[in-house]
Write a protein that binds this ligand. Structure first.
Ligand code: IPD
Ligand code: CA
Ligand code: CA
Length: 263
């Protein structure tokens, strides 16, 4: 079954990727979901197309998608879709955005596909079978210490307490590591942990569709994923720490108290 799920997710991601790449050659006018939370007609077009693919192959499955919300059929299978992760980057032409599609069974990610654009790198993972980029097996880095690490984070659209808390972590980890990148597409950041470009990623204020596929990608690439306090990852809790495993505990020493200070 997972192979069929993967095939549909891949096809849907590739088709959505074509729409996004074509839109890069045209003016991209955003609408605003919030002051800095952008959405374009491309987000909606891609989502409609991905859902069409899923509905035609698996009409009974549940769907949770960023722009259209939840279709709950009570199936064991649920697709979690971010049709365009990194919309702000896409609008500006900054080259870090993509399509993220996960299929969960009884709440556990089974299959993940993330298409990184505009580079067109296809990340795939199936539970228990490893993670791949363009068909080649990938694994997380083997960096052992924080001071040898390159990290990445993101800042949500809501500039409240969590945003302030993340500024503190950003300062701390910038001081203690070889640098902290901030690219603006959480699903892509997670792929970069999975393939070892960076050693760790953390973020507050994410949504299930930002994380679902990336969580499986990092786990299947041999990394570790948890909430910012070390508790098992839960896509309905809005924070994540994903690392190569080696630096997980040391990062938790800093993320945990900052998270607790928000409670
Ligand atoms: C956003 C990106 C960004 C993260 C935001 C997300 P969107 O997704 O993943 O990196 O910092 O919290 O909302 O809105 O571009 O799909
Ligand atoms: Ca997103
Ligand atoms: Ca999105």
């Amino acid at each position: 079954m997972n192979i069929e799920l993967l095939a549909v997710a891949e096809l849907a991601a590739r088709d959505a990727g074509q729409i996004i790449l074509a839109a890069l050659n045209q003016p991209r006018r955003p609408d605003y979901k919030g002051q800095t939370d952008l959405v374009t007609k491309t987000d909606q077009e891609c989502e409609d197309l991905i859902i069409k693919h899923i509905n035609s192959e698996f009409p009974g499955h549940s769907i949770l998608a960023e722009e259209s919300g939840a279709q709950d059929t009570k199936s064991d299978y649920q697709w979690v879709i971010d049709p365009l992760d990194g919309t702000t980057n896409f609008v500006h032409g900054y080259p870090s955005f993509g399509v993220s599609i996960a299929c969960l069974r009884s709440g556990i990610p089974e299959v993940a596909v993330i298409l990184e654009l505009p580079v067109n790198r296809l990340f795939t993972a199936v539970k228990g079978q490893g993670a791949f980029v363009d068909g080649h097996k990938i694994k997380v880095s083997n960096t052992e210490t924080l001071n040898e690490s390159l990290l990445v984070t993101g800042f949500g659209y809501d500039h409240g307490n969590k945003w302030e808390a993340n500024m503190k972590l950003f300062k701390h980890f910038t001081d203690k590591s070889q640098g902290v990148r901030r690219l603006g597409a959480a699903a892509i950041d997670l792929c970069h942990v999975a393939c070892g470009f960076v050693d760790g990623f953390w973020e507050f204020d994410l949504k299930p569709w930002d994380m679902a596929a990336g969580i499986l990608m990092v786990s299947e690439a041999g990394g570790k994923v948890s909430q910012l306090n070390g508790i098992n990852i839960d896509i309905y809790q809005d924070h994540i720490l994903a690392t190569n495993g080696n630096i997980h505990e040391i990062m938790l020493e800093h993320t945990k108290p900052v998270l607790e200070s928000l409670l």
